[in-house]
Write a protein that binds this ligand. Structure first.
Ligand code: CP3
Length: 353
């Protein structure tokens, strides 16, 4: 049957009736896997691991080979397109992302350039194209980008931040400056999403990880319009590619996430899935929302939480995922158990009834 050729995750994201919720996890390739940590010792530069296509492909496929998830996310970072927009970065061990000098003046913002992905991100084509070949129709290949508020937060703060005081100071005292920066980022990121889809991404997730730090009134001014700008531009040319939006600490802005125009809202663990469904309404899909720390628990506990979440999401348009990335130090056998449980969820639910 032709329908069988389309990966489960893609069918679910499009809202088709599916046999079970597809399952993958954020930060699927990463430090919780020994095979990744070993490779990281050999190639200590994050930029090299993510921009050398052979390494990025190998890393993306590590969890695929180990666990056969329903989605394979390319190994990259939300900051990867920034150098192509005139903002260099590095990711430093123990410190995280570093942008030096941080972007704080009109002159710096005027000097940004629109992203030309063919020129500055040629490795993405090889990564996504090869992943599609490697996983065939057995899983969906996911691309991803950072959303403007979150990328601007890194650009303006210069690094990870606890309270976002530098970017909020800009937002509240020089809003035109920040809007200019957010607009530049939005247009380049829309171009980048289209490029990822053209290169083979079947679903694209937008990470606005730090938009949950905004009061709803500010979310409506500095985050939502730029999410919408990306979604609109992408849907104009690529209407059939499902888009997912993730925000960390999103309980206060969940309904607003639905207004972004994405197909699926990725819910974190601070929201009960039944309530998330109710608050988002019937037209929007949900992803999530197991607390990543659940994977530090016992197997019966992990199973109980997965079944609880799947029941609460009640079938259609649910992608089983964690509520944020899997944490370093998570036992790999618990990650394996998470995938196994997700794939056998129908049998387990009928046993538990
Ligand atoms: O999900 C996946 O498996 C795809 C890979 C992926 C990475 N970063 C690889 C990575 C994805 C989707 C991201 C997105 C990303 N990057 C986000 C949004 C998701 C989220 O967590 O909210 C953010 C905020 C970043 C910025 C960033 N990059 C941070 C905060 C860090 C961690 C710093 C640290 O040391 O803890 C990174 C580095 C990074 N990106 C790592 C990985 C696996 C860990 C560093 C390493 O492996 O050397």
């Amino acid at each position: 049957m032709a329908g069988e050729q389309v990966p489960l995750l893609l069918r679910a994201a499009r809202g088709e009736k599916v046999e079970r919720p597809p399952v993958w996890m954020m930060r699927q390739a990463g430090r919780y896997m020994k095979i990744y940590r070993d490779l990281r010792e050999k190639y200590p530069s994050f930029r090299e691991r993510s921009e050398n296509p052979d390494l990025a492909i190998e890393i993306s496929l590590q969890p695929w080979k180990a666990f056969r998830p329903d989605g394979v996310i390319m190994f990259s970072d939300i900051l990867t397109p920034l150098p192509g927009m005139g903002i260099p970065f590095d990711i430093v061990e123990q410190k995280g992302p570093m942008i030096d000098p941080p972007i704080r003046s009109k002159e710096q913002i005027d000097n940004m350039r629109p992203l030309d992905p063919e020129e500055s991100l040629p490795f993405i084509k090889k990564i996504l194209g090869t992943l599609r070949q490697e996983v065939g129709n057995e899983a969906a290949v996911l691309g991803f980008v950072g959303s403007p508020w979150t990328l601007a937060a890194y650009a303006v703060e210069g690094k990870s931040s606890k309270n976002y005081s530098v970017i909020k100071r800009m937002a509240f005292s020089e809003p035109e400056l920040l809007h200019k920066l957010l607009g530049n980022i939005a247009d380049s990121i829309a171009t980048y999403v289209r490029y990822q889809i053209d290169c083979g991404a079947q679903v694209v997730q937008l990470f606005d990880s730090w938009a949950g730090q905004l009061s709803p009134i500010d979310y409506d001014t500095f985050a939502l319009p730029y999410q919408q700008r990306i979604v609109q531009q992408v849907k104009e040319t690529h209407p059939d590619t499902p888009l997912i939006l993730y925000i960390s600490g999103s309980a206060g802005v969940l309904e607003r996430m639905g207004q972004s125009g994405v197909d699926i809202v990725s819910v974190d663990w601070t929201v009960d899935m039944t309530e998330a469904r109710r608050r988002l309404g019937p037209d929007i899909g949900v992803q999530g929302n197991i607390d990543p720390c659940v994977l530090f628990g016992s197997k019966p506990f992990i199973r109980e939480r997965i079944l609880d979440t799947v029941k609460k999401a009640s079938g259609a348009k649910h992608i089983l995922n964690l509520g944020h990335g899997i944490l370093p130090g998570t036992p790999e056998e618990n990650a394996e158990f998470y995938f196994e449980t997700g794939k056998n969820v129908n049998e387990l639910l009928s046993l538990s009834n």
